[in-house]
Design a protein around this ligand. Structure first.
Ligand code: GLU
Length: 284
């Protein structure tokens, strides 16, 4: 069998908390795919949200991954060092006329959503789409992607998902998402597509909670002339109540398992068989 030696995968946590079992599972799948294909496994810290990211969590992520035996193959990339690349991408979208300024506050959007018909409630209603009249406005604004205009620009799009197969991109399901936040000047969506292309990622392994974001990522890749990787959206690790793991839900952290004397080799061997510690299971 011909090995795909160009396979590049990545694990891209946000240092806003300690890693839990869901992270370990995702990082393991991404790491093992790269190893199975003699490829590269990269680590990227998605730390654009400076208000929520902490240096102590960066240290604990590196420590936890090393303890789990999930070693990465190149220098760690920090998104906080990459703002110039995100600005370039945003300017490309501005030049193409595919984004618009939005001054809405969270409270205004919540009020608009409350009066919207069922189903349209979670989508931005486009209030600011034609609002900018060219006059300088001192108030801070975010940039939103005009999804319909972008789709008119690209035509129909698809992506390949290892589990879901051939997926038609439907970015309209997410509406006119923010591509540059008022506070950060960029967003998860821009940063992730720009960095996956820059790092040469061929296979994106991540939780199924990000499946819908891929509709937007595919659209941004097409508009920004970036390659489209192969996607592997995997099941999520759930707790006994069927909830997603999160620090605020009291989910056990990898560091807690380490402190309890858990053997990382045994833990990883079980995870590789899809066996989770008592009280945890995989989503459908
Ligand atoms: N930074 C994201 C997270 O921690 C993951 C992004 C991705 O895998 O595309 O959920």
């Amino acid at each position: 069998m011909q090995l795909n030696t160009n396979c590049v995968t990545r694990f891209a946590p946000s240092p806003t908390g300690r890693l839990h079992l869901g992270h370990a599972y995702s990082a393991m799948l991404s790491h093992d795919l790269a190893r199975a294909r003699s490829g590269k496994f990269l680590l990227r810290l998605e730390d654009i949200d400076t208000g929520r990211c902490r240096a102590e969590f960066v240290d604990s992520i590196l420590e936890d991954l090393s303890w789990l035996g999930l070693n990465w193959d190149a220098d760690v990339v920090c998104q906080s060092d990459r703002s110039a690349a995100y600005e370039d991408a945003l300017h490309r979208l501005i030049d193409l006329g595919l984004v618009y300024r939005c001054w809405c506050t969270r409270a205004e959007i919540a009020a608009q959503a409350a009066s919207a018909p069922q189903g349209a409630q979670r989508l931005y209603p486009g209030t600011c789409r034609h609002r900018y009249d060219g006059s300088p406005d001192p108030l801070p604004f975010s940039w939103r992607l005009d999804v319909q205009a972008a789709l008119d620009h690209t035509g129909p799009l698809f992506w390949q998902d290892q589990q879901a197969g051939h997926v038609p991109a439907q970015p309209q399901l997410l509406g006119d998402v923010i591509v540059a936040r008022k506070d950060a000047g960029t967003s998860y969506h821009i940063a992730v597509v720009v960095d996956d292309a820059w790092q040469g990622v061929t296979d994106i392994v991540r939780g199924s909670d990000l499946f819908d974001s891929t509709h937007i990522h595919r659209l941004l890749q097409a508009v920004l002339d970036l390659p489209t990787p192969l996607y592997h959206h995997h099941p999520l690790v759930l707790d006994a109540e069927g909830g997603r793991l999160a620090k605020r839900r009291g989910s056990i952290a990898i560091a807690d398992l380490r402190a309890e004397g858990v053997n990382p080799g045994d833990l990883m061997a079980a995870l590789r068989l899809g066996q989770l510690p008592d009280g945890y299971r995989l989503s459908a």
